[in-house]
Structures are given as C-alpha cells and as structure tokens.
Write a protein that binds this ligand. Structure first.
Ligand code: COA
Length: 419
C-alpha cells in the first residue's frame, strides 16, 4: 500500500522543476504517466550524456517510478488522446513556457469541462506581473528570488548555490500543493488550479534573509561577521559568507588535511548553552568566565577571533574526529561531505536515501531515493521509463482502447509509431 495509491497523474513536464514534483508523487505511489514528444522525449534524455545511446543520468535521476507515453500534442489525433487522458486522470502537471498549454488548445477552462475533478498544477518562472511571460531556468530563479544576492562573500560577486532550490525547490512546493488540492477534493468533489512560481519558491526558501532585511532598520546585524569586523551595513541584506543564518553563530573551519583535500572542513556552531563545553574541548577554559567571552552577547564582536581559535584546534583533527569529539558534548558540528563520500555511505543505502537502480541501457546507476520515510507506506524506487515504453499499455489499459483504434492513432503519427 502506498500513500497516493490509485491517483493518476499526467506528467506533462520537462527538464527538472516539473519532473522533480512528479517523481515525488510517483514515489508516494501515484501512477505517473509522462507525456513525451515522439522521437525525442524530455530534452534531458539527451543532455549531459555519459553513455552513448542511453538516457542520461540527468533524466534517469528525475524520472523514477513513472511510465512514458509518446504523444504529439499538436497532432489532431494526439489532442484527442490527450483529452481522453485528461478525462481519465486526477492531476495534470506541467512546466511549459507560459501559454504553451493554451496554444495546444488546452486552456484551464476547457480542461475543467473535460474533467471537473482535475487538478491542474503548473510551474512558471514568475507569478502574475510584468515578468509573467518570461522563460526561467534554475539559476535565473535563484537570482530573482533573492538567494544569489545573499549567497557568497561580501567582497565577492553574488553566488548561485548547487542545491537546486529554483527547480527542485519549486517542484517540492508544487507537490505539496497537489496533495493539498487532492485532500480538498475529497470534501468538495472539485478540482482546482495550483500554481507555483520559481521566484516565489526561492524567496520562500530565502525568507530568513527577508527577515534580516527588516531587522536592518533596527541597527547592524550583530551576528554577521562584518559587525565584528567594524564594517558598516548598507540598506540591504549583505552576503554573509558561511556565517550562521540563525541565532547561533557558525562558521566553516579548516580541519587536518585542508591543504590538499578541498573538503577537509567542518561546520561548527557555537550554541550558547554549550559554550562552556566548547571552551573545555578547545583548551580555552578561561573563556568560560572571562569578561568579553563568557556570554553570547559579549562574543558577537569577536566571532572571527573566537572561530580562529576554534580553528586552531579543528586543524589538529580530521573532520570526522572533530565530529566524534564534539557530538558526545552536544556541540553541533557537521563535516563537509563530498559527493564521493555520500555515494559511498552504506548507511544512506540502508535507509533508502541512496539507491542502486538497474537499467537496461545503462546498467546499474546510483540515485537519490525518496527522502520522505513512512512507517506504513512502502517507497520502492524503480528505473525511469524508456521513451514511449508504455504507450501501448496506456492506450489499451488506462484508456481501454481496442486494437483498431490504437492502430488508427499510430497511423496518424500522434505517437511516433506508424504501425
Ligand atoms: N507534443 C507537441 N508539442 C510539445 C510537446 C508534445 N508532447 N511537448 C512540448 N511541446 C511544445 C510546447 O507546446 C511548446 O510549443 P509552443 O512554443 O509552440 O507553445 C514547445 O514544445 C516548447 O516548450 P517550452 O516550454 O517553450 O520549451 P523551451 O525549451 O523553449 O523552454 C523553459 C524551456 C524551461 C525555459 C520553459 O519551459 C519554461 O520557462 N518553463 C517554466 C519554468 C520552468 O519550469 N523552468 C525550469 C525548467 S527546469
């Protein structure tokens, strides 16, 4: 039994934002049917390929647990099939450029007529306003959502983050919206339109920096390193390097081997109530009572000096030794783990967070499994579909079409098959 058992999702998505949403729904047990352009499919099947003639990891890692139907939605017969699929499904998810669905002839009004219980879920770059027609990709979303202006170091340019908060972050928001709309439909019997703009999703994920924007009116942001360095604040939230973003100061500190290993670092948080333990661990017991160091407030203008002293200690240990020493004292620290280290962490495979997936064209590949764990719902990860792998079974099984009708559809060119 799975959480979304019986829910049928038309996955009219491409690249990352939409596919990340529908992959979550598929993991939760929905039957997710990916509609792909005949012959080519999702453009990511052929991007960043590492193995000739095999779907790329870009595609396979975002399209697990789905079925694929090839369908030309601009072909008249293809439109007829799309209409039938809309009638048969609970949710349609799309992330085309603004207006693409309308141009295909499938406005929201028309879809509601076809299936009043349908939930139409859309991702666009911007919400309503002067940019609503713009096309948007991940890094653009990070820039227009406030993340880039607040990421990086004060004396460097704005930075994008590797975490795909624009694409997968929006996909995650949309998946929640879809599940909520399904829940509401239980009571009203009606579908609705659910939309997420990438700019809005990034801004939601960057909300702590909007918090700081408003706090600036009350004076300098005392937990930012620049306060201790005596550098004045301007009128907008500055970039804060690796400073802790909350009430507990933090920094990335060098560990043993940092000269040659780019990931020999640890994030170290000075949580106020374990300050005395930190002093003991790093060999500065006098700081427990010394004026200027004893309380969190007193330390705010000396954070760089305090962290440098802690770093002198962390540099004598590996990042894992620092963690082993600090954890028993409840001192929050986190080693900087490389992708290689994560890929080799067997505990992650045991929990299903990392998975090894067999694939007919690729062989076995690694992927990130479902990060949501249920006590009463099984989340197996199955490989992404080959292009059009399920065209026949969807036409006959889901739509109940007879073989003559399927032959007519193929002959029209709508599925990219001619037989
Ligand atoms: N059959 C027929 N036509 C199809 C089709 C199918 N199965 N699947 C897609 N198409 C058509 C679309 O209808 C569209 O045609 P139109 O331009 O005549 O309306 C065309 O393919 C291209 O779609 P579009 O979405 O414009 O693709 P793009 O590659 O030019 O732009 C994005 C890509 C991501 C920039 C754009 O889709 C976008 O801004 N999406 C919303 C924001 C988003 O999700 N961005 C992040 C993506 S990870």
């Amino acid at each position: 039994m799975t959480a979304l058992d019986g829910i049928k999702v038309l996955d009219f998505t491409h690249i990352q934002s939409g596919p990340s949403c529908t992959q979550l729904l598929a993991w939760l047990g929905a039957d997710v049917i990916k509609i792909e352009r005949p012959g080519t499919g999702d453009v990511t099947r052929g991007q960043l390929n590492d193995i000739p003639d095999a779907d790329s990891l870009y595609f396979t890692m975002l399209n697990h647990n789905k079925r694929s139907i090839e369908l030309d939605a601009k072909n008249e017969t293809g439109k007829e099939v799309l209409g039938r699929l809309i009638a048969a499904c609970d949710v349609l998810v799309e992330n085309f450029a603004p207006g693409a669905l309308d141009r295909m002839g499938f406005s929201w009004e028309r879809m509601q007529k076809i299936n009043p219980r349908l939930i139409l879920a859309s991702i666009k770059g911007f919400g309503p306003g002067k940019h609503e027609d713009c096309k948007v990709y991940e890094n653009i979303a990070q820039c227009v959502g406030g993340s880039a202006s607040t990421t990086g170091f004060r004396d460097g340019p704005p930075l994008v983050t590797a975490a795909q908060i624009g694409d997968s972050g929006t996909g995650l928001h949309l998946a929640l919206g879809i599940v909520a709309a399904l829940f509401q439909r239980e009571r009203t019997g009606k579908g609705q339109k659910v939309s997420c703009a990438m700019q809005d999703s990034v801004l939601n994920l960057t909300r702590v920096k909007m918090r700081d924007q408003q706090r600036l009116a009350a004076g300098p942001l005392r937990e930012y390193s620049q306060f201790g360095e005596g550098i004045s604040f301007g009128d907008t939230t500055p970039r804060a390097g690796n400073d802790g973003g909350g009430g507990q100061p933090g920094r990335i500190l060098k560990c043993m081997g940092w000269e040659t290993d780019p990931n020999a670092y640890i994030y170290f948080v000075i949580q106020g109530h374990v300050w005395e333990k930190i002093c003991d661990v790093i060999g500065r017991p006098e700081w427990k009572t010394e004026t200027g160091y004893a309380t969190a407030g007193e330390r705010l203008d000396k954070l760089s000096q305090v962290f440098s002293t802690i770093e002198e200690w962390t540099m004598t240990k590996t990042k894992f030794e620092v963690m082993e020493i600090c954890n028993p004292h409840d001192i929050p620290v986190g080693p900087i783990l490389s992708m290689k280290e994560l890929a080799e962490d067997e505990a992650l495979y045991k929990s299903g967070t990392m998975v090894r997936v067999p694939h007919p064209a690729r062989g076995e590949y690694l992927s990130v499994g479902c990060p949501i764990k249920f006590s009463d719902s099984c989340v197996p990860v199955t490989r992404s579909p080959l292009l059009g792998e399920h065209t026949e079974e969807i036409l006959s099984g889901l739509l109940g079409l007879q073989s003559e009708e399927i032959t007519r559809i193929h002959a029209s060119g709508a599925t990219g098959k001619t037989k």
